[in-house]
Design a binder for this molecule. Structure first.
Ligand code: ZN
Length: 248
């Protein structure tokens, strides 16, 4: 049995085909930029990059069966992900698969199903150049903050602001400050069933954010945190008899 985690990087892959700036920044796609970094990291056994236009939308049972953690980037084609596939991803998370949702993935079908709320937020892409963002670590003891500086500065970012319509996170790791005065809960953790979900805000199709080392480090830490916790024996769900202790 492999000792590391098996990561599947799911990328919508639409902007890369349509936006010249996106193609220039990510010639082989944002997913591969993330995947290339992750595959070199200790503790990660394998990385597979899939896209919406792949067979079965990159979400076949075969792929899901061999995924410990999935990262998800989507924006303009959330609706093209079938309800059946979104339900499959949700079900996998409830049964232990980790999910790291990036940037505009906040409106993806799997994330919204897992949150149960609208997941909408405020945004601003200031005059095409964006604005400065600082992501402050607000839980330095959290495993996702391991090795991360006190704050990460992104020179040009699309602003996401509160209110972010998600359930209160179980753990909050980052809060962003933006040059325009807004703040945002940028690194949020939830437990869902047997699985874990990490939402991480940075990333936009026309900014080189997935080439920034600290951002990739957080994605790696998020994938490691979200990896399944394997229970040793026992019955997790369902009828159990006899009881552990004598009842009568
Ligand atoms: Zn964006």
């Amino acid at each position: 049995m492999s000792t590391g985690i098996r990561v599947t990087v799911w990328n919508e892959g639409v902007h890369e085909k349509e936006l010249p700036r996106c193609k220039e920044l990510y010639p082989d796609g944002m997913g591969r930029a993330i995947g290339r970094y992750l595959e070199k990291q200790p503790g990660i056994a394998s990385v597979r990059c899939v896209e919406l236009d792949d067979p079965d939308q990159g979400l076949s049972d075969d792929i899901l069966d061999t995924t410990d953690v999935m990262t998800w980037w989507g924006h303009c084609a959330h609706d093209r992900v079938t309800d059946e596939n979104a339900a499959k991803v949700q079900d996998r998370v409830l049964n232990g698969m980790g999910l790291v949702v990036l940037h505009s993935g906040h409106m993806s079908k799997p994330f919204r199903r897992l949150m149960g709320t609208g997941c909408m937020l405020k945004w601003r892409e200031w005059r095409g150049v964006g604005e400065r963002e600082r992501l402050w670590v607000v839980d330095p003891a959290h495993p996702i903050a391991d090795g991360i500086p006190e704050y990460i500065e992104i020179p040009h970012a699309e602003m996401y602001g509160e209110h972010f319509d998600v359930p209160q996170p179980d753990q909050l790791v980052f809060i962003s400050w933006f040059q325009g005065g807004d703040v945002f809960r940028s690194g949020c953790c939830w437990h869902r069933g047997l699985g874990k979900v990490f939402y991480f805000r940075p990333g936009h199709e026309t900014f080189p954010i997935y080439h920034q080392e600290e951002v990739l480090e957080v994605i790696r830490n998020g994938a490691k945190w979200a990896a399944p916790t394997r229970v040793r024996g026992g019955v997790q769900r369902g009828n159990i008899e006899p009881p552990l202790e004598q009842i009568s």
